[in-house]
Design a protein around this ligand. Structure first.
Ligand SMILES: Cc1cc2nc3c(=O)[nH]c(=O)nc-3n(C[C@H](O)[C@H](O)[C@H](O)COP(=O)(O)O)c2cc1C
Length: 504
């Protein structure tokens, strides 16, 4: 363990709270109040498996319960491997028999949690979020930090400002969805274990002892952030994202690293350009993503190279089994959007569920990334949560489609909830069937290069089923599943067609 520095701040006034921690060894069992899709689920599991914190005898973890100074010192003391503290009984309110006696001594020895001038430890005082940040920051050796301000930055106590900056830039404690840090709110048990789980990822923090095998716990909510980055723009973003998501990180490393000459795209013959110009190019990866099967959601990051993902991303997607996984693409670029890059990758993993991707600038702020993650609502629904699906009956065949996640697709689902709708469609341009929905839906137009199977809304009231590519300003409505482009062409036939849509 690294030596701990003394932090010269005094925690808040004592407020007596009943201490209600009933020991109940969970041994990795699930807790009734921990949703598998919750952002803190893995951290809770990790902390329980390692015996850092116990649940309650009624099967709950007590996710929303605010942690007291005694409880926090006990959790951190266990995580540190229960080192011996100086033997004296130095606090007037810490009984010789208290379970947290050594922990309080250890926390005070290291300056993590100081006692009060009147000789008390104030065992039952709640710990606030800014205190939690400050304690972990102390434990990390009080590193210099600076960062973006929270909306309520002015409410953060002076002693905790650097700690909160450090916490934000290292993804230790998440801010609130409204952009506040809420420094005076009590730190909940879920927040404490999440923060500790993140802390352990930092250099030095990784020295926290773990019960062998506990980090291998297969957990349906596990998220992997996989990325390729040639000049570390995407790498920085991926690190940030992994911190926010409490996810594991995997770097796709080329077997043959890219030199700056390889990346010099002004030279038409440079390696990167040659690869991008060759659809069959599959640059080899050094090593492989182990335990891919453990993850149900993969955030996939890459730089934009000539409007597309580097070919090594194709190597990655083709080398693993992504069936049933949710894939969330993200990218960095000089200025281009994510464009059709994710659409071109999707065809490599027909059985994966791709979510809408996002492009960031290399210097995207923590707040921008957090905002995006919050907008995905992973905690509530899990990235793998099923979107509403459609049935499309056409020429005696039923095909399935998944609805896009936007207000237009939602409006279509609401329309179909009233009952199936038959649309007379005509063939247009050798690429699509188009017909009136009989209703105007909200539009979310963007310039799209379509692929076979795309469902789109044209001019707000026309449904389009694409069986070939077209670039136009359209609103995505969904994607047909489980049929190839040729099968779709065959099903749709060459001329006019009557199509019935219904919710599954
Ligand atoms: C071969 C090559 C092609 C690129 N093409 C584009 C492009 O089409 N549009 C763009 O905005 N940026 C382009 N860029 C810039 C990168 O997308 C940008 O610098 C990115 O953030 C680099 O990410 P990285 O550091 O993770 O590799 C290109 C860079 C390279 C090396």
């Amino acid at each position: 363990m690294k030596p701990m520095k003394i932090c010269g701040y005094v925690l808040a006034l004592c407020m007596a709270l009943p201490l209600a921690l009933t020991a109940f060894a969970a041994d990795g069992a699930s807790f009734s109040d921990v949703d598998a899709g919750a952002s803190y689920a893995r951290a809770v599991r990790w902390a329980a498996d390692n015996g850092y914190v116990n649940g309650y005898s009624d099967g709950r973890f007590g996710v929303d319960e605010v942690v007291t100074r005694a409880q926090l010192s006990a959790i951190f003391h266990r995580a540190a491997g229960s080192p011996a503290a100086s033997g004296e009984l130095r606090f007037s309110d810490v009984a010789a028999t208290a379970y947290y006696r050594s922990a309080a001594g250890w926390a005070a020895d290291g300056g993590l949690i100081n006692g009060y001038a009147d000789g008390r430890f104030c065992v039952n005082d709640p710990v606030t979020r800014q205190q939690l940040a400050a304690i972990l920051w102390c434990w990390a050796g009080s590193p210099a930090a600076s960062g973006e301000d929270y909306a309520d930055e002015a409410d953060i106590a002076a002693y905790a400002r650097t700690a909160v900056d450090w916490s934000r830039s290292n993804g230790i404690l998440s801010g609130r969805a409204d952009g506040r840090f809420a420094p005076a709110d009590g730190a909940t048990r879920a927040e404490v274990v999440s923060a500790l789980y993140q802390y352990r990822r930092l250099p030095g923090g990784s020295e926290l002892p773990e019960v062998p095998g506990s980090s291998d716990v297969s957990d349906s909510s596990r998220i992997l952030v996989a990325y390729f980055s040639a000049t570390n723009q995407t790498g920085n973003l991926a690190n940030r994202l992994a911190g926010i998501l409490h996810a594991d990180l995997y770097e796709i490393i080329p077997a043959q690293p890219y030199t700056s000459a390889d990346l010099n795209y002004t030279d038409s013959g440079c390696r990167a350009n040659r690869e991008q110009n060759d659809p069959a190019a599959r640059p080899a990866i050094a090593g492989s993503a182990e335990n891919l099967a453990d993850y149900d959601t993969v955030f996939l990051g890459y730089p934009i190279w000539h409007g597309q993902a580097p070919r090594i991303i194709c190597t990655f997607l083709e080398s693993g089994d992504f069936a049933g996984k949710s894939i969330v693409p993200f990218c960095t670029s000089g200025s281009s959007g994510i464009g059709s890059s994710a659409d071109h990758l999707q065809v490599l993993t027909p059985d994966a569920h791709w979510l809408e991707g996002r492009r960031f600038s290399g210097g995207a702020s923590q707040g921008t990334v957090e905002e995006w993650v919050n907008s995905l609502k992973l905690a509530e629904s899990g990235a793998a949560a099923e979107e509403e699906t459609l049935e499309i009956q056409v020429n005696g065949t039923t095909i399935a489609a998944r609805l896009a996640k936007n207000s237009s697709a939602q409006a279509l689902a609401e329309l179909l909830a009233e009952g199936p709708r038959t649309i007379e469609m005509r063939d247009y341009g050798g690429m699509e069937k188009v017909g009136p929905l009989g209703q105007t839906l909200p539009t979310n137009n963007e310039r799209i290069t379509t692929q076979a199977g795309d469902l789109a809304l044209y001019q707000g009231n026309q449904l389009v089923i694409y069986y070939a590519a077209n670039t136009w300003s359209l609103t995505r409505l969904g994607k047909i599943q489980g049929v190839t482009a040729q099968e779709l062409r065959d099903i749709l036939g060459g001329g006019d067609v009557s199509v019935t849509l219904s919710l599954r």
